[in-house]
Ligand binder design. Structure first.
Ligand code: HEC
Ligand code: HEC
Length: 453
């Protein structure tokens, strides 16, 4: 049995300014409070959000090494301060710009619709999560046009020690594959939730159709316009964007916006992100609206629906005039005041914490490195022994074979001292700690520090 040697205490003050990923006390992603009136959820069986899975997803989401030339991460086109969308009309990837506008990712979990992308071409968030990586323009592991392919990304990540450590910590195995990457990223994306809006404050105490006491008269009028069908004096928005999630009806045609950033037309877009957080807490849009970013303000959006320009291929019947000989594009004839009311209402759907909450932010330090990773200890495998009259407790965890880890001790959970040691060839982390009668209490943990050497 190895005896514990406390080496000359390399203190971890060198980590003090750096970020820590504590897998023993991960951020809460799995059990975030969801209001009782929110019932839609597209989480598939087999990939429920876990705190550790979403933590890994967060690292992957913010890591530029997921692109072929280390310049682009998911967050390059999905910025937290922009509702996880992009203010640019077309976002820049490793080889040019995207063919459609980036989408907000807020509350993507809370919908009946399982499919993702403007044209719903990804069957699930899990399938979606690895598509940008395999896109020639976006992240460049496409396997075409001279690009490396996805297996090259798996090889690349598998050679990065900190990913071996993270996958081991999360899945209990260091093996990295497409399924695990997709699942972890999808968990993080589904964890991006925003329910602290003015709308939620009202919805928590009133039913949808009643005036909300915390709303202005204009906001309440706007809400009524949003909810009511056009044949009842309303604007009919809720027929497709369904409160309280404001997710899109899975069976929707297009909404008459048919431009294409590459020129020409694009009639295939029948999905909208949730209408929550259309604008930031200051009321500014996160870039222009729609797949072609053709409508710069909420008022221009309302004007579009007020008078759909033309019947285009695939235009949803709900946006056409009813009746025999009908089918002409919708004319709502909203007054200027009614348009302003609708805009005021849409602005109540914006939350605040999602824009700044650290658990949704980059886990990387400003120099691009990952800080300290604190690893779970397997309490069940703790054992006691005695040698030469001294009591020892043996602490264990599972790690990556032959990788250098840190064993850390602290009297106060604040200042930590570190000792480097190497995992066994079988990947066991095992440390014997002497128990000295009458000694002050000590805290112990296993960690992995990329910046330690
Ligand atoms: C180069 C910019 C770019 C990068 C990088 C990028 N995205 Fe996107 N993302 C977009 C664009 C543009 C769309 C809309 C594309 C479309 O519908 O054709 C989109 C759509 C999405 C959607 C669909 C949302 C919905 O409601 O349907 C999700 C989810 C998403 N991205 C997640 C990610 C993840 C995860 C990554 C990293 C693995 C990533 N994106 C990388 C630009 C980007
Ligand atoms: C027939 C279904 C339907 C109706 C009714 C409808 N929409 Fe939409 N909406 C869509 C679709 C589909 C999209 C995505 C279209 C695209 O980008 O090509 C969309 C997109 C949007 C967007 C842009 C979202 C973004 O992320 O850029 C806003 C805002 C919006 N709708 C608001 C409204 C309002 C306000 C009303 C009522 C006046 C309304 N919609 C009525 C189907 C509908």
């Amino acid at each position: 049995m190895k005896a514990l040697i406390l080496l000359t205490a390399l203190t971890i003050s060198s980590f003090a300014q750096e970020k820590t990923l504590d897998l023993t006390r991960p951020e809460n992603y799995a059990n975030q409070p969801v209001p009782a009136y929110i019932t839609k959820d597209n989480t598939p069986a087999g990939n429920e959000i876990t705190d550790l899975g979403a933590t890994l997803g967060r690292v992957l989401f913010y890591d530029k090494r997921l692109s072929r030339n280390d310049t682009i991460s998911c967050s390059s086109c999905h910025h937290q301060q922009n509702g996880f969308s992009d203010t640019a009309t077309a976002s820049s990837g490793v080889a040019g710009t995207t063919g459609r506008h980036s989408m907000r990712l807020i509350n993507a979990r809370f919908s009946d619709e399982m499919k993702f992308f403007w044209d719903e071409r990804a069957a699930s968030a899990e399938v979606q999560a690895t598509q940008p990586i395999q896109d020639h323009v976006e992240m460049g592991f496409s396997g075409t046009d001279g690009d490396p392919d996805f297996s090259d990304l798996v090889t690349k990540l598998s050679a990065i020690e900190e990913y071996q450590v993270l996958f081991q910590g999360v899945f209990g195995e260091a093996t990295i594959n497409e399924e695990r990457i997709g699942k972890a990223i999808a968990q993080f994306v589904r964890s991006l939730q925003s329910f602290d809006s003015k709308y939620d404050a009202g919805r928590a105490i009133r039913n949808e159709g009643q005036p909300f006491p915390n709303f202005t008269a204009s906001e309440n009028t706007g809400k009524q316009l949003f909810l009511s069908p056009p044949n009842n004096g309303g604007a009919g928005c809720a027929g497709c964007h369904r409160p309280p999630e404001f997710d899109i009806d899975p069976n929707t045609g297009n909404n008459g916006v048919s431009g294409s950033l590459g020129g020409g037309t694009d009639f295939t877009n029948t999905r909208s992100p949730s209408l929550r957080d259309l604008v930031d807490p200051n009321g500014n849009p996160h870039g222009s609206f729609m797949h072609d970013a053709s409508l710069p303000t909420l008022l221009s959006v309302v004007n579009h629906y007020n008078a759909i320009p033309a019947v285009v291929t695939g235009l949803d019947n709900r946006l056409r005039q009813p009746g025999p000989g009908g089918g002409q594009p919708q004319r709502l004839n909203l007054s200027e005041q009614e348009k302003a009311d609708l805009v005021d209402f849409l602005e109540t759907l914006t939350g605040s914490s999602i824009y700044t909450d650290e658990k949704y932010s980059t886990p990387f330090n400003t120099d691009g490195s990952l800080g300290l990773v604190i690893l779970p200890t397997d309490n069940a495998q703790m054992s006691f022994s005695e040698q030469d009259g001294t009591q020892y407790v043996t602490l264990r965890s599972s790690g990556v074979p032959n990788v250098e880890y840190l064993f850390q001790t602290s009297p106060d959970l604040d200042q930590w001292s570190s000792t480097s040691f190497t995992a066994s060839a079988a990947g066991e982390l095992e440390i014997d700690v002497p128990l000295v009668e009458g000694e002050d209490q000590m805290f112990y943990r296993f960690a992995y520090g990329v910046t330690a050497d």
